[in-house]
Design a protein around this ligand. Sequence first.
Ligand code: KG4
Ligand code: ZN
Length: 341
Amino acid sequence: MNLLAIESSCDETAAAVVKDGRETLSSVIASQADLHSIYGGVVPEIAARNHTQVISQITRQALLEANLTLDEIDGVGVTFAPGLIGALLVGVNFAKGLCAASGKPLIGVHHLRSHIAANYLAHPDLAPPFLCLVASGGHSHIVMVHDYTEFEILGRTRDDAAGEAFDKVARVLGLSYPGGVLIDRLAKEGNKSAISFPQVNFSDAPYDFSFSGVKTSVINYVHKLRQRGEEIPTADLAASFSEAVCSVLAKKLFLAAHHLGVKQLAVCGGVAANSRLRELLAAFAKDQGCCLYLPPLSLCGDNAAMVGSAAYYEFLQQNIAKSDLNARATLSIDYKYSDIS
Ligand code: KG4
Ligand code: ZN
């Protein structure tokens, strides 16, 4: 079964064709990052307008590269939640138009479910159940993936997401948006033990995260040095901050795995591209005898191939969207199909 997939939840317009949920036949991504970088973050209206401008061309290119016509596609998957509402609406309406014109089934896909599914494209042997760390710009979750369409949230951030903290710290250091990858690069030249930043734990919720404290500590540290006219040790700061965030992410994933006795683990989302996080996770996995699945860097950030994979598994459950499918800015990953239909 070949599904066309469309993603427009934030600042990437993407289209892909995926076969049987596991094989990427094409994947086209148009990033708007350059458009937003002058504002230091994503401007929702600019994002929506730009999606509108390029979505037809990106979709045509994805079909062309897969060597298929719309007639030969078995259905259309589209990200409908969560994300920037104006941005989501562009993809949802475009996909609805394609389905209305072609008579193909429409499948609404949850953005975080699709990030998890990125691992199915990279790892043919991976199948639920497994425990997954979802770390993106908007979310930080520890999720038990009971089945392809059955999820349980074990831990979540109580304030900022990990990616958001990376981007805000990057901004304070004068780095451009999105700053996560730039902090990662800078951190490699610094000493991760140079500055001690807080790592928050909750006694009543051991798998929950909090990243606003570490973010504020970095901001205060930088402001103090600036007030004194002292030089900011950017590389040491980037390394120490990355260490604080990544070690909490890795430790809590493995703590949950240990408590639950789960040996199969996965990671996904933009922050899964972080080199220190990948290093820490690999070391924990080796130490605890766990099987760790990481997406390649190309599948960590937003793309439509992962949407095509997630859509396939929703389709197998007959989770076909009705003609009144709407976009949603927020929706928990553990939603039931009946909640949206
Ligand atoms: O999953 P994603 O592409 O979009 C959302 O769904 O939010 O994640 C984007 C986030 C951004 O905050 C970006 O700075 C962060 O992932 N990111 C990184 C790295 N690459 C991307 N954070 C840390 N280290 C990286 N190498
Ligand atoms: Zn994402």
